[in-house]
Write a protein that binds this ligand. Structure first.
Ligand code: HEM
Length: 351
C-alpha cells in the first residue's frame, strides 16, 4: 500500500509539473485564503453539477471540485469521477487539508489513445471525506503501538517452581491459608502436625483445670487445737509465777525431804486418786503433777493420763518441745529406780 501511494504521489507530481493545469493556478491563488470555499465550476450551460448523484450536466465533461478546509464537515463533498475511458478529466479531485497532506489513492489511468494529457481517475472506493481520508491514511500506515496499561508485573500467584536461575530466585511467599485445609484429604497430609493437638485434647479431660495447683501430700493438714479453757488465775504465766517462787513447795512432802528413789511400784500407787497425789516419771525423774493439773493447757484429764506411771513416751508424742524440766522443777520428787534398788540403798544407809 505504501508503495502504491508513493507511486501515485510521484505520478501526480510529474503530471502537475508537466501539464500545469489552470485549476492548480487557482488553487495556488486561493491557498492563502484557506477558509474560502471555492464554488464548483459550472458547466458550459451554467448549471451546477450534481456531485452527489454523479450525474453530469452539459457535455458530460467533469470538472474537479476543490475543497479546502471548511467550517463544517458537510461541505466536504468530493465528486466521483466517471472513470470512463477516453474521457479526459481536466484535473483529479483532490481534497486538501492544511494540517495533514494526504492524497487520495488514485491509480494512474491509462493514457488516452489520442495522446492527450494523462488523467487520473479515482479508485473504485475512494474515501468520501477528509475524515475517511485520514482514516485510510492511518490505515495505510503501520498501526501505532497500542497504549499499554499493563500494571507492574506482580509475582506469579501460582506456586510452581520458577524456571529462572537460582541466583535470581527469591523465596516464595508464605502460602496463605486456603479453604483447602478444611478438606480432609488435604489435612491428612498434616496428620503428623495435628497429632499433638489431638493428644493434648485427649490428655485434657473435661472438668480438669490447668490452673488448679497440683495435689501435694507433703504437708499434713493442721490438727484442730486441743487446748481447753483454763480457770481465771491458771494461765501459763500464772503457773510460771507460782513455780519459780522460792517459798513455794509443790512436792507435798515433809519439809527437808531429799529426792526420793521411786520404784515403779511406788509410782504406780501415786495416781491422784483416793487422796493421793499424782506422780509421773519423765526422763527418769519423778514429778508430783497434782499442783499443775489446774494449769495444764490441754486439760486436767489429759495430764492425768500419765499419772502413776512413766509418761515419757506419751509426753513426747504430744508436745516434745515443751520444757517440762523448767516448768516442773519445784514439783520434783526424786529419781525413778528399778525395783529393789530403793531397798539396796536403804541397806547401804543401815550399813
Ligand atoms: C506432766 C507434764 C506435762 C506438762 C508440763 C505439760 C505442759 C503442756 C503445755 C505447756 C502445753 C501448752 C502447749 C502449747 O501452748 O503449745 C500443753 C498442751 C497439751 N498437753 Fe501437756 N503437759 C504435760 C503432760 C501432758 C500429758 C501426759 C498429756 C496427755 C496424755 C498432755 C496433753 C496435752 C494436750 C492435749 C495439750 C494441748 C495441745 C494443743 O495445743 O493442742 N500433756 N501441755
Amino acid at each position: 500500500m505504501a508503495i502504491v501511494g508513493l507511486s501515485l504521489v510521484l505520478a501526480s507530481v510529474v503530471w502537475v509539473v508537466f501539464s500545469r493545469p489552470p485549476f492548480l493556478q487557482r488553487l495556488f491563488a486561493s491557498f492563502w485564503s484557506p477558509r474560502q470555499i471555492e464554488q464548483p465550476p459550472r458547466d458550459h450551460d451554467g448549471a451546477p453539477r450534481d456531485t452527489e448523484s454523479g450525474k453530469e450536466g452539459g457535455d458530460g465533461v467533469r470538472s474537479p471540485v476543490i475543497i479546502t478546509t471548511t467550517e463544517s464537515a458537510d461541505d466536504e463533498k468530493p465528486t466521483h469521477a466517471s472513470g470512463t475511458p477516453g474521457v479526459v478529466a481536466p484535473a483529479p479531485p483532490t481534497v486538501e487539508e492544511p494540517s495533514s497532506q494526504t492524497t487520495p489513492k488514485a491509480p494512474a489511468a491509462q493514457p488516452s489513445p489520442n495522446g492527450s494529457v494523462p488523467s487520473f481517475s479515482l479508485s473504485s472506493s475512494p474515501p468520501a471525506s477528509a475524515a475517511a481520508i485520514a482514516r485510510s491514511a492511518s490505515a495505510a500506515m503501520p498501526p501505532p503501538a497500542p497504549p499499554t496499561f499493563s500494571a507492574p508485573k506482580m509475582p506469579d500467584p501460582s506456586f510452581t517452581t520458577p524456571s529462572g536461575s537460582a541466583s535470581s530466585m527469591m523465596p516464595p511467599p508464605p502460602r496463605p491459608p486456603t479453604l483447602n485445609n478444611l478438606n480432609p484429604a488435604a489435612t491428612s497430609r498434616n496428620n503428623n502436625l495435628a497429632a499433638p493437638n489431638s493428644f493434648a485434647r485427649s490428655a485434657r479431660q473435661p472438668g480438669t483445670s490447668t490452673l488448679a495447683p497440683p495435689p501435694t501430700h507433703s504437708s499434713k493438714p493442721a490438727k484442730p487445737s486441743r487446748k481447753v479453757m483454763l480457770e481465771p488465775g491458771h494461765s501459763p504465766l500464772d503457773w510460771a509465777r507460782l513455780a519459780q517462787s522460792p517459798t513455794s513447795d509443790l512436792r507435798n512432802l515433809p519439809a527437808g525431804t531429799p529426792y526420793l528413789k521411786v520404784t515403779p511400784s511406788q509410782l504406780k500407787t501415786m495416781t491422784g486418786r483416793r487422796g493421793k497425789d499424782a506422780w509421773t516419771a519423765l526422763g527418769g525423774r519423778v514429778y508430783n503433777i497434782t499442783p499443775y493439773v489446774a494449769f495444764h493447757p490441754g486439760g486436767g484429764p489429759e495430764l492425768l493420763r500419765c499419772a502413776g506411771r512413766d509418761g515419757t513416751r506419751l509426753f513426747g508424742e504430744i508436745h516434745p518441745w515443751v520444757n517440762y524440766e523448767g516448768m516442773l522443777a519445784s514439783c520434783m520428787i526424786g529419781m525413778l529406780v528399778e525395783e529393789g534398788e530403793e531397798r539396796k540403798s536403804e541397806m547401804d544407809d543401815m550399813d
